[in-house]
Design a protein around this ligand. Structure first.
Ligand SMILES: [Zn+2]
Length: 589
């Protein structure tokens, strides 16, 4: 999603190298060689950050100047004068000259491995026109003559009329090999004629359950776009990625995440391959962030798969890895009419979209998963899918009794007003992707026309959920949209595109303030991962998962939030990313 943003992201990565180097020379040239001023009884710090604007997210002490770190933990938060006694021989002291310190960010909904793998495939994420997209496919195919399949993704739905690109357009650039390209939102795929031939998809092929084959008017002939489950008619024929390709994708994802200050994630949907890749890097000490993986739940298998999910959970207990959540998809997306709505789409009388699970099936599944101790993580976008999910979570609580379950629903594009207070009432966390909450072409061209003004006036109701007492946690859904939490934080507090100048907010009632937006990526993320006692804020005793930003977010216009750079990322006090590249070596955890 959000094609312009993705462009910004990749541009920024390139520019970052030069701009960042200058900034970092300033920061790290101030590393002082220090004499020990340590008093007996204070632990010797490995690292001291001082002269900083430390925004702690600890209500008892919201701001501080200095932080001391020892043994991977924060041992002191307070004034510059108070940190001196933690200085010892060998303590690194960073004079941050007013830069901002925050807890490391948590991205609570991200496809880190598939996103990383996509970086190495035919990547269409930053392209804004059909011509650019086709040129990229053509050049990628030319650069990879040995690949039997051309696989990639990231094309933006609004680039094509009715989000419906044709096989002929692809045939014109690649006809000798099959081509499979996922849309940026992951809910549609675009294929060429060769791919359809190999898969045997013809005018006679019926639409699969939970999927639709787009067809030419009148003839029934597949036109080249496959929605939801229909994509797997072709997808299943693509040679499987090797374990090494998964690891390489994960490494790419980790590097980018650490660069954006992310020290914890909730993996949005993990199958065995993904769990194994995470476990592999966790064992070797190369997993540079904390992972709570949400294990993929097969909608076809129902409660019969619970034992299998429990086995996967047990197998995935590591140092930074746990897989204690289960991921259920309840619907698709509004733009392709696959979200489940309470009232019909305006352009398709009678069509309300179809939920992936019937009410009794999601209820039964939620009860069983909750009973087995899983945290339930549900993809729900339409108001009917969201209501069915809340009903199922309520049912789980009734049947199993109250439990500290911390179930959550992600995306939450259209919530019926009657359901807003239920997040607080049921203790269900609202996992919004705030980056989508502005009037871009997904909204103006593909959503508003098919929902009408009433429903369109209350999309992504972050403010309403927060005002009703519900907890908001933030996620990117990368590679659907930018992995940079600061992009989403800016949109959450402006309801305008990150690159737009100051101006009126889209649906201003749903704005939130900066402290709420930062909490969504720090304390609330830690809560959602059941780790709020050990991390998520800058407090003595908590893990030193910390980041340094080049400017204080509270002292700049909101339009500059996305330009802010992370210059240092620490995981348990170890530097996993630094903008300098050389002044401070990256240490393995
Ligand atoms: Zn997702």
């Amino acid at each position: 999603m959000k094609e312009t943003l993705l462009k910004i992201r990749s541009e920024r990565l390139n520019r970052g190298l030069t701009v960042g180097l200058v900034a970092l020379i300033v920061v790290f040239s101030l590393v002082l060689s220090c004499r020990s001023g340590r008093e007996p009884g204070s632990p010797a710090a490995e690292l001291i950050l001082k002269n900083a604007a430390v925004y702690t997210l600890n209500e008892a002490q919201p701001w501080a100047e200095a932080v001391a770190v020892a043994g991977g933990k924060i041992v002191f938060v307070g004034p510059n004068s108070g940190v001196k006694k933690y200085r010892a021989e060998g303590t690194k002291v960073l004079d941050l000259a007013g830069k901002m310190v925050l807890p490391g960010f948590q991205d609570s909904h991200v496809h880190l491995i598939s996103g990383g793998m996509e970086l190495e495939q035919c990547n269409l994420n930053d392209l804004e026109t059909k011509e650019e997209i086709l040129a990229r496919v053509r050049s990628y195919a030319a650069e990879n003559p040995k690949k039997d399949w051309i696989v990639g993704g990231g094309w933006a739905l609004p680039v094509f009329p009715e989000a419906n690109p044709s096989k002929e357009e692809l045939d014109a650039v690649v006809s000798d090999r099959p081509v499979f390209l996922s849309a940026a939102d992951g809910h549609s795929a675009w294929v060429n004629s060769r791919a359809l031939d190999i898969a045997g998809v013809t005018a006679k092929t019926p639409d699969p359950k939970n999927g639709r084959i787009e067809r030419k008017a009148g003839t029934g002939e597949p036109s080249g776009t496959l929605r939801e489950a229909a994509a797997s008619l072709v997808d299943r024929l693509i040679p499987e990625a090797t374990a090494e390709e998964y690891l390489s994708g994960l490494r790419g994802g980790l590097a980018l995440a650490n660069r954006f200050g992310i020290t914890s994630i909730i993996e949005a949907s993990a199958d065995d391959k993904l769990l194994e890749a995470y476990a592999n890097l966790d064992r070797s000490g190369d997993l540079t962030l904390r992972v709570l993986a949400s294990i993929y739940v097969d909608p076809e298998k129902g409660v019969g798969q619970i034992d299998d999910l429990v086995r996967k959970r047990e197998k995935s207990q590591g140092h930074y890895l746990k897989a204690t959540a289960a991921k259920i998809f309840m619907d698709g997306v509004i733009e392709s009419h696959t979200a489940a709505l309470l009232e019909p789409y305006l352009d398709r009388p009678g069509d309300r979209g179809t939920p992936i699970l019937e009410a009794e099936d999601i209820d039964r599944l939620a009860v069983a998963l909750d009973k087995a101790g899983f945290q339930i993580h549900v993809h729900a976008i339409g108001d009917r899918a969201i209501r069915m999910t809340l009903d199922a979570m309520e049912q789980a609580g009734k049947v199993n009794g109250p439990r500290d379950a911390r179930h959550h629903i992600c995306h939450l594009e259209l919530i019926d007003p009657a359901d807003i207070p239920r997040f607080h009432a049921l203790g269900v966390v609202a996992n919004f992707q705030a980056l989508w909450a502005y009037a871009d072409t997904y909204i103006t061209q593909l959503t508003e026309p098919i929902l009408g003004p009433g429903r369109s006036s209350r999309l992504y109701p972050i403010g309403s959920v927060v005002r009703s007492g519900g907890m908001y946690a933030g996620g990117s859904d990368w590679s659907v949209s930018s992995l940079n939490p600061l992009d989403a934080i800016q949109v959450a507090v402006t309801r305008r595109g990150p690159d737009m100048p100051a101006g009126p907010a889209w649906l201003p009632d749903e704005l939130i303030d900066l402290p709420t937006a930062i909490a969504a990526y720090t304390t609330n993320g830690a809560f959602l991962s059941f780790e709020e006692k050990t991390r998520g804020s800058v407090e003595a005793g908590k893990a030193a998962d910390l980041i340094v930003l080049d400017r204080n977010l509270f002292k700049i216009p909101a339009q500059q939030i996305h330009q802010t750079k992370v210059v240092l990322t620490l995981l348990e006090g170890r530097i996993i990313y630094s903008d300098s590249g050389s002044s401070l070596p990256v240490q393995r955890p």
